[in-house]
Design a protein around this ligand. Structure first.
Ligand code: B3K
Ligand code: ZN
Length: 877
């Protein structure tokens, strides 16, 4: 352990920057061994700071070597500045000056993938959140916005493509015969949006005419062998540009928009102004190599990064505590876009399923934090599901509370009022409130209180007056950091059904309707619905109108009724999930008690009715048929018994498969569409239902089903079908599974993104020697510890293996801890993310819990990066 531990940064300590940088002129002299960066910063004291004597403190990093420093072209002697803990401190400055700073960096040795680094044969950058300081000394904070001009100098033979933000304004030769290009970005921006790319790249060109009839050049750059996989992303980009004009009135503002794909990237993509940089896994797509899920992901991420041009770039964050201002809003925007492009309800179910599984678990764990955190040690740890997904739910609730029209007026006001500014979550809510007249004072608590609220509903019916009374209580669990919690403003969408499944009209507070939005804003409230003749079945929290855990004592027959008849598609799915959760919970308890499992499943009835309903979208049927995941059941459990959850799921799945084997076989054949691959909602839906049906059918262990799986694997003309068949074979003990895995690797070994899928599936296999297998995989030529996608594939896959990762002897935990220690110094961001499964140790059943804790303690005893230190120390506190 280090002697002094990293310090905590608090929101309450925010101060405006003491200096501003009006113009930033950068020159990069790129080379394989040393890169020299020269910056000319046109600086002045910030009048708003009110301090005229404060020294100039610039952010930097240990990896930045200062080789020259001048103020107004006067070279500063060593006694006029110092470097301390990576910061450059200049004591005396004028009120306005130009600071010239020359630094030497080594992108080729940058394994953290922050700042300027190399991926394959190219140079690229990642500056959010605090990567720019690894390039040169700067005021690396989002409220310092500057106009950037960037000169790139390199050998044109090796780096024919040299890109930065904005427009290319000049190109020429240096005296040494190298090439230089100059880029100018007219929009002031924080350093986190800076980008540079240089390499031997191929380009796909296209264009887009904006609503005001300006022509924008669109370019996607990749390594030449990947150029055949960018068409889908290009079309998605054009759809996004059009959608943002139509849905939000937002037009693109530069004459050129570029995207570059890189193989080594810590996350999905980055919204740098005019020059988005993408993890190739989130950009490249072709039918043969890309699954439907990945197609949808490419479209959503292209849209997300594009939408940031307004929600993030034109209007940015004042400080990193406000991260959700841009991320929550932009996720909400991309979710709505995807819903508009495909199916609203399918998208909602997928998003909620993810939120309830992963964000709820995060919010109940040691890294739980409010959507606007009050403090952090390392900001990279706060790119979380809470900031992104729960943040998006907050924006969605504002949309529900205001209605579509007022929400749009609010977003117009927000963009107009704050264009070119760095602002806060409060500013966003204020704009929504000012434009709508809706009071959001109490609602704002969603930003400052962590944890998932639990809403408990009870009801009674007064037949004399035809009044249905629904009482709701809310409670957000207290934690050590948050000993008292307060009620929130929770919008609850409600409909009422009669026992035949008909939707009822009722009156609430003078308004008569088939659906009402309840404003639950104190710890307990009763809502009175009138005009009813018998006790209704409530359809609560329609569309998942708030990110809460809802408890209501539904009978199984109520749930079957909602599942078959509710007009809210989301709640049809939710009811089916609830029946499955109830049945699985019984089975899990039997397993824990050491009993042999037995159940008379009501789901059989529900599924039968579902399969006979021709009106439903096949994608919805597939979702309803999908049992709650191991991860979701773990989130609900306390303590978690991973082996019992696995056994229960397997039991229920086999039971359903046997009870409905004929139906699943028929379904499989009915949705087995042929023909050319298309990533349309319709075709995706058929493939999804077909493969879900197959996953049940194989559970009957019939030769026919196994053979169908093998044939699908062998003859598929697209990756969705091929990979589904392979996964099904691997997880259903198909006799040919090992051969299929080997054949798959042989077929695709030249396609890294497909190889990553193979790595993940191979690592997820559930065998007692899983640790040995995963070690062997990490020795395989296909593996590369420097590549985050490969690390995520292998270790992410391994995390799904119950007898591997959760092996009772603790060997899986030990192995993961070894990898975290190994990666801690090479790539702290990735190492820190890998800690997540171990940090859930408190919820795990005792035997495993102790072993996980011991591994965390072993990690904490090392010399740790801030990233890993924060997550591990908080999880042990
Ligand atoms: N804003 C980036 C995420 C940066 C993560 C830095 N550790 C991508 C996105 O959310 O759009
Ligand atoms: Zn984002």
């Amino acid at each position: 352990m280090k002697e002094s531990q990293p310090s905590t940064i608090y929101l309450k300590d925010y101060k405006v920057p003491p200096f501003l940088i009006d113009k930033t002129e950068l020159t990069f002299d790129l080379d394989e061994t040393t890169t020299v960066v020269t910056s000319r910063l046109h600086m002045r004291r910030n009048p708003a700071s009110g301090k005229s004597t404060e020294p100039l403190v610039l952010d930097g990093g240990e990896d930045v070597k200062l080789i020259g420093l001048a103020m107004d072209d006067y070279a500063l002697p060593p006694e006029e500045y110092r470097i301390s803990e990576g910061k450059l401190i200049i004591t005396a400055t004028a009120d306005e000056f130009v600071l010239t700073c020359e630094t030497l960096i080594e992108p080729q040795n940058n394994t953290r993938l922050e700042g300027l680094y190399r991926s394959s044969s190219m140079f690229c950058t990642q500056c959010e959140a605090e990567g720019f300081r690894h390039i040169t000394y700067y005021l690396d904070r989002p409220d310092v916005m500057s106009v950037f001009t960037t000169t790139i100098i390199a050998d044109e033979a090796r780096y024919p493509v040299m890109l930065s933000n904005g427009n290319q304004v000049e190109k020429g030769k240096t005296e040494e015969g190298k090439t230089f290009v100059v880029w100018h970005d007219p929009f002031p921006k924080p350093a986190y949006l800076f980008a540079l790319v240089a390499g031997d790249l191929a380009v796909k060109n296209d264009s887009f005419v904006t609503q005001s009839e300006r022509e924008v050049t669109l370019q996607i750059f990749t390594e030449p062998h990947n150029l055949d996989k960018v068409d889908y992303a290009m079309e998605a980009l054009k759809r996004s540009m059009r959608w943002d004009e139509e849905a939000y009135g937002r037009e693109y503002d530069l004459d050129i928009f570029m995207i570059v794909a890189v193989d080594d990237f810590n996350m999905g993509a980055m919204e740098n102004k005019g020059l988005n940089i993408f993890n190739s896994s989130c950009l490249l797509a072709s039918p043969e190599t890309t699954t439907d899920d990945s197609y949808l992901r490419v479209e959503a991420i292209v849209a997300h990064e594009y939408f940031h041009n307004w929600s993030g770039n034109r209007v940015t964050c004042r400080d990193w505590f406000q991260l959700s201002l841009k991320e929550g809003f932009t996720v909400f925007r991309d979710q709505t876009f995807s819903a508009d492009m495909h199916s609203e309800i399918v998208k909602r179910v997928e998003d909620v399923s993810f939120l309830r599984t992963a964000q709820f678990a995060e919010d109940a764990g040691p890294m739980s934090h409010p959507v606007r955190p009050a403090s952090f040690i390392e900001i990279s740890n706060f790119y979380t599901l809470t900031i992104y997904e729960k943040g998006a739910e907050i924006v969605r609730m504002v949309h529900t509370l205001l209605g579509a029209e007022k929400f749009r007026a609010g977003s117009d006001l927000y963009f107009d009022r704050h264009d070119g500014q760095a602002v806060t979550c409060d500013d966003f809510i204020t704009a929504m409130q000012d434009s709508s007249g809706v009071d959001l004072t109490l609602f704002k608590r969603w930003y400052s209180q962590a944890g998932t609220p639990v809403v408990t509903a009870t009801d009674e019916f007064d037949s004399a007056s035809g009044t249905y009374r629904l009482t709701m209580k809310q409670q957000t669990p207290a934690t050590k950091n948050q000993p008292t919690t307060l009620p929130l403003h929770i919008p609850v969408r409600v409909g009422l059904l009669d026992t035949s499944g008909k939707v009822l009209t009722s009156a609430l507070s003078g308004s008569t309707s088939e659906e009402h939005v309840l404003h639950l804003n104190s710890s307990e409230q009763t809502f009175e619905f009138t005009g009813l003749t018998s006790k209704p079945v409530p359809s609560l929290l329609r569309g998942f109108s708030a990110p809460v855990k809802l408890h209501y004592d539904y009978s199984t027959s109520d749930l079957l009724l909602l599942m078959s008849s509710d007009t809210d598609g989301f709640n049809r799915w939710s009811a089916a999930q609830q029946i499955a959760v109830n049945e699985l919970t019984m089975l899990i308890n039997q397993s824990i008690a050491g009993e042999s499992l037995s159940l008379e499943s009501q789901l059989v009835k529900g599924f039968k009715a579902l399969l006979s309903d021709e009106s439903l979208d096949p994608a919805m049927v597939a979702l309803i048929l999908t049992l709650p995941s191991q991860a979701y059941l773990s989130e609900l459990a306390n303590p978690i018994h991973p082996a019992a959850i696995k056994e229960a799921r397997q039991y229920l799945k086999t039971l359903l498969a046997n009870a409905l084997s004929g139906e699943f076989e028929l379904l499989y054949n009915k949705h087995n569409i042929q023909g050319e691959y298309q990533a349309t909602a319709e075709d995706i839906a058929h493939r999804s239902l077909k493969n879900t049906a197959l996953s049940y059918w194989v559970e009957t262990n019939s030769d026919q089903a196994h053979q169908a799986t093998f044939e699908q694997f062998r003859t598929a003309n697209n990756m969705t079908d091929q990979f589904s068949a392979l996964s099904i074979a691997v997880h259903s003990n198909n006799a040919k599974a090992t051969d299929m895995l080997a054949a798959f690797y042989e077929q695709w070994k030249a396609e890294p993104l497909v190889v990553n899928k193979w790595l993940m599936l191979s690592a997820s296999q559930d065998s007692s020697d899983a640790v040995a297998s995963v070690k062997a995989l990490m020795e395989h030529t296909a593996f590369d510890l420097k590549n985050p996608n490969k690390v995520r594939s292998v270790l992410g896959g391994f995390g799904q293996s119950i007898s591997g990762f959760h092996n009772e002897d603790g060997s899986g935990y030990h192995f993961l801890a070894d990898q975290i220690i190994l990666l801690n110094s090479r790539n702290p961001q990735i190492a820190s993310r890998l800690c997540t499964p171990l940090t859930r140790w408190k919820k795990m059943e005792a035997k495993r819990s102790e072993k996980m804790k011991a591994e965390l303690e072993r990690i904490l005893a090392q010399d740790l990066s801030k990233d890993v230190y924060e997550v591990v120390s908080k999880s042990l506190a």
